[in-house]
Design a protein around this ligand. Structure first.
Ligand code: TYD
Length: 210
């Protein structure tokens, strides 16, 4: 059996990921591809519990390395329990955030640097997305799109933190240019969706998943 495609969607908070994920899922459904939608941190019972721990607004004392390890722990479980089995059985996986989020938020935002990439090499155990869409929006604009009372612990961080995260994403886009497709999130919803679908069609037509 041919393995499924692994797609991740990335971007700063407020970049419009959720809308694009919904539209991509609709496209895959219409194309008759069995696709599952999942998210990080989360996606399994254990990972959702870790998610609550990380995003709790009251946990202001959380050490950056604790945070990075918890994201990685949540990811390890998610990969083992959901992503790997799904891909193996030919399903397409759309993941709302994956390892690039850790590198951008913990590596750049929390300034943990390359340690984050190394920790996550263990967490993903060789399972990396085939393609990643990075929705690019200036942090000052992205932050405005989320209501103050709805912001979680990470979203509540200062603009400096979000600027560093954004810089991380831009660096990743440059380093992994074959995998990461950067898209200007200021464009209108349909234009962005069409761009994403075009890339997916190309990969599916190339038909070279092993
Ligand atoms: P979520 O509510 O899923 O936000 P969004 O809708 O923007 O994806 O919360 C996830 C938060 O966790 C978000 O602020 C980004 C952050 N995050 C990290 O810092 N590191 C990670 O590895 C992941 C997956 C998320």
């Amino acid at each position: 059996m041919k393995r499924g495609l692994f797609i991740s969607i990335e971007g700063p908070d407020g970049s419009g990921k959720s809308t694009q994920i919904r539209l991509l899922k609709e496209f895959l459904d219409e194309s008759g591809l069995e696709a599952i939608l999942t998210r990080e941190p989360g996606g399994t019972v254990i990972s959702e519990k870790i998610r609550q721990l990380i995003l709790d607004k009251q946990h202001t004392e959380m050490d950056p390395m604790t945070e990075a390890l918890l994201y990685a722990a949540s990811r390890a479980q998610h990969v083992a329990e959901v992503i790997k089995p799904a891909i193996k059985t030919g399903k397409t996986v759309i993941c709302d955030r994956f390892v690039d989020s850790s590198i951008a938020y913990q590596g750049y935002g929390r300034q943990l640097g390359d340690a984050v990439r190394i920790i996550n090499e263990y967490a993903v155990a060789g399972c990396m997305p085939d393609i990643t869409f990075l929705l690019k929006v200036e942090p000052s604009i992205g932050k405005e799109r989320i209501k103050e009372e709805e912001q979680d612990r990470l979203e509540k961080e200062k603009l400096d933190f979000h600027n560093a995260v954004f810089q991380g994403y831009l660096d990743l886009e440059r380093i992994y240019k074959d995998r990461i497709i950067g898209i200007d999130a200021a464009k209108d919803i349909d234009a962005i969706s069409n761009e994403i679908i075009l890339h997916i069609r190309k990969i599916l037509n190339a038909d070279n998943l092993e």
